[in-house]
Design a protein around this ligand. Structure first.
Ligand code: PEP
Ligand code: MN
Length: 338
C-alpha cells in the first residue's frame, strides 16, 4: 500500500504519517519524488487503519499497490478535465452540459423538431443513434449514414453538438466525420478493439458503463481509449442490471462522487436508460446534478408514443422544458451553472 502525499506537503506532515504508521505497527519507507512524496507501507498490516491515514493532513490518496495507476486517475493538480462539446460548449467545467434527443434518428422532421426544442430548453448537445444496438435483430437498427446526415443537418440548423453511437471499429472513421462526440454504448464497453479505434481518432468519446461492469472495468475501458491517444473521454453512468425490476436498470448514482474522487474524467448521468421510466427521469436528473454530475444525457421525443425505440423512457418536448427549469435550483445549489 502507498500513501501519496499532496504536492508541497511539509516534512512535518510526512513525519505525521510515519508516526501514524508506527502507532499502527506498520513498517514504512519514504520515496521522495520531484513533485510528490510517497510513504510506502511495508510488512504486516494487521492494525492498519486506512480511513485514519486518508484523513491525515496533506494525504492525497491511499492506494493498494496492486491498484493500477491509470491515466484517468485524479492527482492533486488535475481537477475534472474540461472536454469540448462541439464548437462552443464544453463539459467538465462549471457548466452542466445537457445533451438531449431521441434514442434513434428516425426522420428529418423528427430530428429537426426535437433539436430545435431541446436547444430552446437549454441543451448544448443533441443525442440520437444512427447505429442502434438492439436486443432483437428484428428491431429497428438505425438509419446508418442517412441518420448521420440528418444529425449534421440538425447541427447546421441549431449549433448543437452531435453525440452519436459507433458500434464497430469499421464505422469509426465514418461516424467521426459527422459526430462531435462518439458514443460507445453499454454493450460495447468491453470491446477493446472498438475502444482502441475511438482512441485513435480525435473526437471526444462518451463511454457508457457496461450494465454489468464494475467501476474499475469502466475506468480500464477509458484507459484503452486514452492509451490509444485520445485523452478526451467522458464517462457515463447509465444504470446497471440488478435483481430489481421496478426500473429497467438501477441507476447507481454513488459512482458520481466516487468518480469525482478518483478520476479526472467528467461524468454524465443517463437517467433515461438508468430508469427506463419517463416519470423518473426528472427526479433522477435533479439527484445526478446534486451529487456532482457534469452533465445529463436524456432521451426526448416529439411523439414518444410512436417512437421507433425507447418511447417509454423518452420525455415529451414540454416535459424536457419543465425538467430544465426545475433543475436550476439543483444546479446552483451544487455551485454550477447551465
Ligand atoms: C442509447 O444511448 O440509446 C443506448 C443504446 O444506451 P446504452 O448503451 O446505455 O444501452
Ligand atoms: Mn435508447
Amino acid at each position: 500500500m502507498i500513501v501519496l502525499m499532496k504536492p508541497h506537503c511539509s516534512q512535518d506532515q510526512i513525519d505525521h504519517v510515519i508516526e501514524l504508521l508506527d502507532e499502527m505497527g506498520c513498517d514504512h519507507c519514504v520515496i521522495n519524488g520531484s513533485k510528490q512524496h510517497v510513504v510506502e507501507v511495508l510488512g504486516a498490516r494487521d492494525h492498519l487503519d486506512r480511513p485514519r491515514l486518508e484523513k491525515a493532513p496533506m494525504v492525497d490518496l491511499v492506494l493498494e499497490k496492486s491498484e493500477p495507476m491509470l491515466a484517468a486517475d485524479r492527482s492533486p493538480d488535475n481537477s475534472t478535465r474540461e472536454i469540448p462539446l462541439g464548437a462552443t460548449a464544453t463539459i467538465g467545467g462549471t457548466k452542466i452540459a445537457l445533451i438531449a434527443g431521441p434514442c434513434a434518428v428516425e426522420t428529418e422532421s423528427q430530428i429537426m423538431d426535437i433539436a430545435i426544442a431541446v436547444k430552446e430548453a437549454g441543451a448544448v448537445g443533441l443525442r440520437g443513434g444512427a447505429f442502434k444496438p438492439r436486443t432483437s435483430p428484428y428491431s429497428f437498427q438505425g438509419l446508418g449514414e442517412k441518420g448521420l446526415e440528418l444529425l449534421a443537418l440538425a447541427r447546421e440548423k441549431t449549433g448543437l453538438a452531435i453525440v452519436t453511437e459507433v458500434m464497430s471499429s469499421e464505422d469509426v472513421e465514418l461516424v467521426s466525420r459527422y459526430a462531435d462526440v462518439l458514443q460507445v454504448g453499454s454493450r460495447s464497453m468491453h470491446s477493446s478493439p472498438l475502444l482502441a479505434a475511438v482512441g485513435r481518432q480525435s473526437k471526444p468519446v462518451l463511454l457508457k458503463r457496461g450494465w454489468c461492469a464494475s467501476l474499475e472495468e469502466l475506468l480500464n475501458a477509458a484507459e484503452y481509449i486514452i492509451k490509444a491517444g485520445n485523452p478526451n473521454v467522458i464517462l457515463c453512468e447509465r444504470g446497471i442490471r440488478t435483481f430489481e425490476t421496478y426500473t429497467r436498470n438501477t441507476l447507481a448514482l454513488a459512482v458520481v462522487p466516487e468518480l469525482k474522487r478518483i478520476s479526472t474524467l467528467p461524468i454524465v448521468v443517463d437517467p433515461s436508460h438508468g430508469t427506463g421510466r419517463r416519470d423518473l427521469v426528472a427526479p433522477m436528473s435533479n439527484a445526478a446534478v446534486a451529487c456532482g454530475a457534469d452533465g445529463l444525457l436524456i432521451e426526448v421525443h416529439c411523439d414518444p408514443d410512436i417512437a421507433w425505440s425507447d418511447g417509454d423512457q423518452s420525455l415529451h418536448l414540454d416535459q424536457f422544458r419543465t425538467l430544465t427549469s426545475a433543475l436550476r435550483p439543483f444546479v446552483s445549489a451544487s455551485g454550477r451553472e447551465v
